[in-house]
Design a protein around this ligand. Sequence first.
Ligand code: 13P
Length: 249
Amino acid sequence: MKKTLIIANWKMNPSNTTQAKVLFDEVAKVLKDVKKAKVVICPPFPYLSIINNQLSLIKLGAQDCFWEESGSFTGEISLSMLKDLGCKYVIIGHSERRQFLNETDRMVNKKIKAALIKNIRPIFCFGESKKDKDQGKTQNVLKKQLENGLRKIIKSDVKKIIFAYEPLWAIGSGKPCSPEEANVIRLFIKKIITQKYSRPIANEIKILYGGSVNSSNVKSFIQQGSFQGVLVGGVSLKPKEFIKLVKNI
Ligand code: 13P
């Protein structure tokens, strides 16, 4: 049975190591032997090492990376460093980084390629803004983000990428995309992958949904929306609610 992928993006939370440890421990003690889901926790960089010591079935991911291996890049974190801390996944191109840090498709593409070289699975995020949606530009915007993000990535590598559709207007708004609407986008993503690579590859890739996912709506994205998993922000900081979400898939 293929496991549903549930990725917790803690973003810039919680505010200290003690709280991070409590949050992780609460989730880990209940979810250590969940069978149906694969849970990945992506905490802020400073908490990676405390969590690394106690991993069970829960996997560790980072929220960003830099594409160079080492050198004079003040403030950046390499994939080797992430690997050393036990990261198996890395979120790349999250809309908050695109919005607040001017991360471009070109940078996203470089990061994805660097992660693939180091054998860390990239969680490639993309999505349209409310304005794009209102102007009927959703598919054009997604096509551009996908094509630019996947530049010069070969067939055998694209299968290792986890695609995460996160419409900006659904993130943190409490207003998720409807599963039907999300499914149309999921099929559109598969169409782009079929055109660029092949149908078998499009059928093999994992596509996740993110944006106001909670314990009540998670099932609809997995079952009606046919997504292979979800990316969870706010709810991943509430252990009881997050555990309920994982158990409700
Ligand atoms: P919310 O679940 O808080 O809407 O955040 C989604 C997200 O940005 C996950 O990466």
